[in-house]
Ligand binder design. Structure first.
Ligand code: ADP
Length: 260
């Protein structure tokens, strides 16, 4: 770098450079702290199932050969915790992949058609009722794969945290297409809504252990939404249900801007 000669730079400019520099350093520090927090959370989340696996494997060694009931219990726990670890690792890699800014693949997409296909798949896989309402011709340019991944995360949550039908409504709303995924499940406490998209955040850890959540789904959803310039709004009431609304911008072609 060329050294800046103070005489050439006015006091105001120096102060401005100082402020910019401080701002950059603060942003770097915040980023670093977030990264540290992530590593520490990730280690903790991976360590928990590993500890369970280790203790059941030891139990299996001690008593499994003489007691079939103990052996079955231990093996079941080992299988469950291993798949939990597997899911955690897959999702962590997913977060890392999104961070790498892999290029987008932008094409014209009929959102209503995409929703119809995705809902049919979900219905088939989970034997639950997913109802599609709204318009049938809704086009925009976007990365279909990434949008589908985002929809899948929200639909999967709606399924996991409710027992009733799930209603999906897609309509044009100004310069956007609005997609609302509504469930009639347990709902989310108001003061926790702002944390939902934090990594590893779960409203109720005990409850969600049973459903096998990692707390990474919505963090991935947030990053996907940012890349696709989609806004996510959440409305929820305890005991009534939740709705997650995506505002997908109607745009001609993102490719020149973001598909380098
Ligand atoms: P998880 O893998 O635990 O589902 P997410 O990041 O997808 O993680 O969601 C974070 C938390 O937000 C969940 O653990 C759950 O407590 C809450 N949550 C998300 N979607 C819903 C929903 N539709 N209804 C109720 N709670 C939800």
């Amino acid at each position: 770098y060329e050294k800046i000669d103070e005489a050439d730079v006015g006091k105001d400019e120096l102060a401005e450079i100082g402020r910019t520099f401080n701002g950059m350093m603060e942003a770097l520090e915040t980023n670093y702290r977030k990264q540290e927090q992530f590593v520490s959370n990730a280690s903790h989340e991976l360590k928990t199932p590993l500890t369970v696996i280790e203790s059941y494997a030891k139990l299996l060694l001690r008593r499994g050969f003489t007691n079939e009931k103990v052996a079955t219990e231990a093996l079941e726990a080992i299988v469950n915790e291993s798949s939990r670890m597997n899911e955690l690792i897959v999702q962590m890699l997913e977060l890392a992949k999104n961070k790498e800014r892999t290029s987008l693949s932008i094409h014209k997409v009929n959102l209503a058609q995409l929703l119809d296909d995705t809902l049919s798949q979900m219905q088939q896989a989970y034997n639950r009722s997913f109802e599609l309402k709204g318009e049938t011709q809704l086009y925009t340019y976007t990365d279909e794969q990434k949008l589908k991944q985002l929809l899948f995360i929200l639909l999967d949550n709606a399924r996991k945290y409710s027992d009733d039908k799930i209603i999906v409504t897609a309509t044009k709303l100004g310069e956007s297409i609005s997609i609302t995924i509504q469930d009639f499940g347990e709902g989310i406490p108001k003061d926790q809504i702002s944390h939902l998209f934090d990594r590893f955040y779960r409203v109720n850890k005990d409850r969600n252990r049973k459903t096998g959540g990692t707390g990474l789904g919505l963090a991935i959803a947030k990053e996907l939404a940012e890349r696709l310039k989609i806004k996510i709004n959440v409305a929820s009431e305890i005991g009534v249900g939740s709705s997650f609304t995506l505002l997908v911008p109607i745009q001609k072609d993102l490719s020149e801007e973001d598909n380098q």
